[in-house]
Design a protein around this ligand. Structure first.
Ligand code: AMP
Ligand code: ZN
Length: 117
């Protein structure tokens, strides 16, 4: 498993324990933690341990990693007994991405609205 990191990346620093976070889950592939500015009562971020800036940097051979991000969202929802939830990924500035280490948002704990904005 690659552990390539980006020295300037806040999520790489979180994974390395150099920036504090509230850890929710970790395995060889992914790290999950609470979003610092939650947009719902439950708001987690799931990130690949390897630095990939956006979903566009996932190659075909990263298909397992992509699936693990998604299934970690499902795991967190089950652990936190969310009856429904949303997973979302913002890609590039035009897609609303601010932190350029790919991450899956997992939102729940309130009624999610029908539109994504
Ligand atoms: P995005 O707009 O998809 O790039 O989302 C970035 C998310 O990262 C936002 O929801 C931020 O609140 C969150 N965030 C930024 N810095 C931190 C941090 N140090 N710890 C936890 N969440 C963070
Ligand atoms: Zn990173």
């Amino acid at each position: 498993m690659s552990t390539e990191r980006n020295a300037d990346c806040v999520f790489c620093k979180i994974i390395a324990g150099e920036v504090p976070s509230t850890k929710l889950y970790e395995d060889d592939w992914v790290y999950a933690f609470k979003d610092i500015h939650p947009q719902a009562p439950f708001h987690a971020l799931v990130v690949p341990k390897r630095h990939l800036s956006t979903l566009n940097d996932f190659a075909d051979e990263d298909v397992e990693l992509a699936g693990r991000l998604m299934l970690t969202g499902k795991r967190l929802a089950a652990e936190h007994k969310l009856p429904g939830y949303r997973v979302a990924m913002n890609i590039n500035r035009e897609g609303g991405q601010v932190v350029f280490h790919a991450h899956l948002h997992v939102l729940g704990g309130r009624q999610m609205k029908g539109q994504l904005g």
